[in-house]
Design a protein around this ligand. Structure first.
Ligand code: DLL
Length: 433
């Protein structure tokens, strides 16, 4: 099933000619309306007329999160505020948030792309969509909400929090689709079990999970615990919010990025050089239809690769491989690059170990240390010390084998690590900066 047959199946040449036309328009527009871009283009000695092919995109300078901060709050907007009908912001761990504005048409485009995404995930009219993404400045709640309404589904705007009540509502209202972060879906299942409710017995069919990195192993865990299909959705506020890319339920392999509205590139994060299709690197996105705050070559920091092969679902839009993490979340432990998702894949596969974990990084006598704190289930926790030792030994060995890093493993009591209603905090880095 498709939401927009015409655009979702455009032949490659048609996508590319549409992209070029729209790219030329947006570059002219930002050059005329946003002093920041005007100056950046001048410094890079490039003018809108020089964008003659899609390859010319690489002549344009990158835009970074820092550029948004430097122009806080509205400096990158390309239209006056009286045309902005919505403002969102991403919290950011340090300093000021990054602020984005949407015109009425931007809101419509976003709803269209989210409606496409819902259909790709297997949702349809008649579904009851339990939307537990946070409503507010975060784009998750309202982004999914408008798409669900456009689709014609019945949306429950529950937002995050009050987990026990969420379980009751899911059961009583007969929710069929759950939208929240992957970590929160497991928290919901846990809260349900405490209430004597088995999530597998509910009407839930599909979960649409994103906003944080998660592994393939975590997907399997969620699919089993909730008896649903778990679909990966990607997005970021600077580009749109949720709905930049989504897996289709047919393949569940790679996320289609809506190429009639965005152009993806993969670059080497160190050199900025564009990598050949299929190689892994940092995702850079240019928006080609956005009016409020167009983004030219925005560096997402997310690490992925393009999957150019045709997809069995019939959509022609290229796929992004599951994000392996953010380049700025990548831990460098004694010189070794470590993504939390790599450790997650190991943990989730070990019997008795729960998918709730935290990585504590510290420095002792000038040496980086890594401690993995991970919950085990009740049975294991009350078992003999020997059993616990075997499990922690196995985790330590698998991490060493896969990543070459020695770590300390601490198995902790069930439900002792903090749960999040939104993005989970997986890493605590205590090293002096
Ligand atoms: O997290 C938008 C969103 C809401 C996406 C709901 C999906 C569902 P930000 O708060 O701006 O926006 O955070 C964006 O979150 O650059 C990634 O690092 C991470 N992220 C988002 N989706 C995924 C995903 C929203 N599926 C940042 N897998 C992005 C891995 C993801 N990381």
């Amino acid at each position: 099933m498709l939401w927009n047959d015409e655009f979702e199946t455009l032949p490659r040449e048609a996508i590319e000619s549409l992209q070029l036309k729209r790219l030329q328009q947006v570059v002219r527009r930002v050059n005329a309306t946003v002093p920041y871009y005007q100056e950046k283009f001048r410094q890079a000695k490039v003018s809108p007329e020089q964008i003659r092919t899609l390859d010319d995109l690489r002549r344009l300078p990158f835009t970074l999160k820092q550029d948004m901060r430097d122009n806080y709050p509205y400096g990158l907007f390309a239209v006056p505020l009286d045309q902005i009908v919505r403002i969102h912001a991403s919290s950011g761990t340090t300093g000021k948030p990054t602020v984005v504005g949407y015109t009425r048409r931007d809101i419509e485009t976003w709803a269209e792309l989210m409606a496409r995404s819902f259909v790709a995930a297997g949702a349809h009219r008649g579904d009851v969509i339990h939307n537990a993404y946070g409503y507010g400045l975060f784009t998750g709640g309202l982004g999914a909400h408008y798409g669900a309404e456009k689709l014609g589904a019945s949306v429950i705007p529950i937002s995050g929090g009050n987990t026990k009540r969420q379980v009751m509502i899911m059961k009583d209202f007969g929710s069929t689709v759950l939208t929240c972060t992957p970590s929160y879906s497991l928290f919901l299942a846990e809260a349900a079990a405490e209430e004597g409710i088995d999530m597998r017995q509910l009407k839930l069919r599909i979960g649409i999970f994103g906003a944080e990195p998660w592994s393939e192993a975590m997907r399997q865990e969620i699919e089993q615990k909730l008896n649903i299909k778990a679909i990966d959705i990607y997005g970021l506020s600077e580009i749109l919010g949720p709905g930049v890319g989504i897996e289709c339920i047919e393949a569940q392999h790679g996320l289609h990025i809506w190429e009639d509205h965005m152009i993806p590139e993969i670059i080497n994060p160190e050199t900025g050089e564009v990598l050949p299709v299929g190689e892994t690197g940092e995702l850079v996105i240019t928006t080609i239809t956005k009016e409020g705050i167009p983004m030219i070559r925005y560096r997402t920091r997310d690490i992925t690769r393009l999957i150019p092969e045709p997809c069995i679902c019939g959509r022609t839009h290229v796929r992004l491989a599951r994000m392996s993490g953010r380049s700025d979340d990548m831990l460098i432990i004694r010189g070794v690059n470590v993504f939390p998702s790599q450790i997650e894949s190991i943990l989730v596969q070990i019997e008795g170990v729960e998918p709730h974990y935290q990585l504590i990084v510290d420095r002792e006598e000038n040496l980086d240390t890594l401690e993995i704190q991970v919950e085990v289930n009740e049975r294991i926790f009350s078992d003999e010390v020997k059993v616990l030792q075997v499990i922690s030994g196995r985790i330590g060995k698998e991490v060493k084998d896969l990543l070459g890093v020695t770590c300390k493993v601490r198995l902790v009591e069930p439900k002792s690590l903090a749960r999040s209603e939104g993005k989970a905090q997986r890493v605590i880095d205590r090293r002096p900066k």
